[in-house]
Design a protein. Structure first.
Length: 143
């Protein structure tokens, strides 16, 4: 899965006292939540499961049952979070003793997970710079 994030000019939300408002605004800024669509399910997946319980590994079935939505809906939103590289896959054993795939917040900590995202952004920007330099060189050679 490719790393994908939206970067927008923004003011830090450090003055916002309401956790829900700060979190939702941030999730819109980075592109996890989309304007024009209902944010309830993707927000609850991120906030209620991964932010509130960062070290717990969640199976898709658990999240789908709790939110009363289909597994494909859960997978769609989990894939967005995985595209941001905020989640990691882990293997857990279910009640029947079966090994199952589950997801948790990377490193079990939002700030540490975000450091990983920032490293991806830095590499992506460096690669863009190399591409711009290459295009400039090709332009100059074609003259």
């Amino acid at each position: 899965m490719a790393f994908e994030i939206r970067i927008v000019s923004n003011t830090p939300l450090t003055g916002e006292k309401d956790l829900d408002i700060a979190t939702k605004t941030f999730l819109y800024q980075i592109g996890y939540l989309s304007k024009g669509s209902d944010p309830e399910i993707p927000y609850r997946i991120f906030f209620d499961f991964f932010l509130k319980h960062p070290t717990k590994a969640w199976m898709v079935e658990e999240i789908a049952n709790e939110l009363k939505v289909s597994k494909p809906t859960i997978y769609r939103h989990l894939n967005k979070l995985k595209g941001l590289d905020l989640l990691e896959d882990v293997q857990i054993t279910d009640e029947a003793g079966q090994s199952k795939k589950a997801y948790r917040l990377r490193y079990g900590n939002f700030a540490k997970a975000w450091n990983f995202v920032e490293a991806h952004v830095k590499v992506a920007l460096e690669n863009y710079s190399k591409t711009v330099e290459h295009i400039q060189r090709l332009l100059e050679e074609s003259r």
